[in-house]
Write a protein that binds this ligand. Structure first.
Ligand SMILES: C[S@@+](CC[C@H](N)C(=O)[O-])C[C@H]1O[C@@H](n2cnc3c(N)ncnc32)[C@H](O)[C@@H]1O
Length: 230
């Protein structure tokens, strides 16, 4: 896996753009939607606890494409990945983020270090036999009362399927449904698991956001987020 994404260190964004070009949307549109979802999560789930800062971990952060969108969302952001080459680009482009390489299935962090651990479009690149261990590691590094957020492709959305088919690094991807992700989070000792589908409408306007949230329980959006409490 590290070799695959090492080879996309300079062309990751272009590969994603190529796979979604048919939709008329840019990669930034998707990154912005994910950053807004994480921003909303912190407020709605009361993660800040008074004035305490929020320390977050992006598991499988790749070249750090999401990080320029998160500069004012967390007080401290860490990112880790199996691809060292991706991380060296990420740290050049995002000097305020602390990056570490994952060399084993154990994340390189102490227990309970983070208020939030999230993984965006990573689990479908992890072999299914390792999914539960992946979620258990996220659980280990999140403090009690903190959150995990799994953002994944919605396998029931035909446009998502088309984008995955067109994406050169998704050849071996195994998509998992929100129901499966929720079940794994439960098995990994998370509680209060809830999932929402998003990226349904090609607009970032507030009205589109309201409509999307009203329909979030239905498996319609291009992606979903499963959020759970440690
Ligand atoms: C499609 S990219 C997503 C990158 C980033 N999260 C984003 O949304 O732009 C998937 C990333 O997951 C990383 N990855 C795959 N398996 C991993 C694992 N077990 N632990 C950490 N990172 C992993 C890959 O190296 C790759 O950078």
């Amino acid at each position: 896996m590290s070799e695959l994404f090492d080879s996309y260190r300079s062309s990751y964004g272009e590969a994603v753009e190529g796979s979604i070009r048919f939709s008329g949307l840019r990669h930034d549109f998707f990154l912005h939607a994910k950053a807004e979802l994480l921003r909303r999560l912190i407020v709605e789930q009361d993660l800040r606890r008074g004035n305490a800062g929020v320390r977050a971990l992006d598991v499988g952060c790749g070249v750090g494409s999401l990080h320029p969108h998160l500069t004012d969302v967390f007080d401290r952001l860490d990112g880790c990945d199996v691809s060292e080459e991706s991380l060296s680009r990420a740290s050049r482009e995002n000097p305020s983020v602390a990056y570490s390489t994952c060399t084993t299935s154990r994340l390189p962090y102490a227990d309970g270090m983070f208020d939030l651990a999230f993984a965006s479009c990573v689990v479908h690149h992890v072999p299914p036999a390792s999914w539960l261990d992946f979620f258990r590691e996220m659980r280990r590094v999140v403090r009690r009362g903190g959150l995990a957020c799994i953002i994944e492709h919605n396998p029931y959305n035909p446009l998502t399927r088309m984008a995955v088919l067109r994406c050169p690094f998704d050849k071996d991807a195994v998509l998992l449904s929100a129901r499966k992700a929720a079940s794994l989070l439960g098995q990994a000792d998370f509680r209060d698991v809830r999932c929402e589908h998003f990226l349904l409408l090609p607009s970032a306007r507030p009205l589109a956001g309201k409509l999307e949230r009203a329909l979030a329980g239905l498996p319609l959006g291009a992606q979903y987020a499963c959020v759970a409490r440690a």
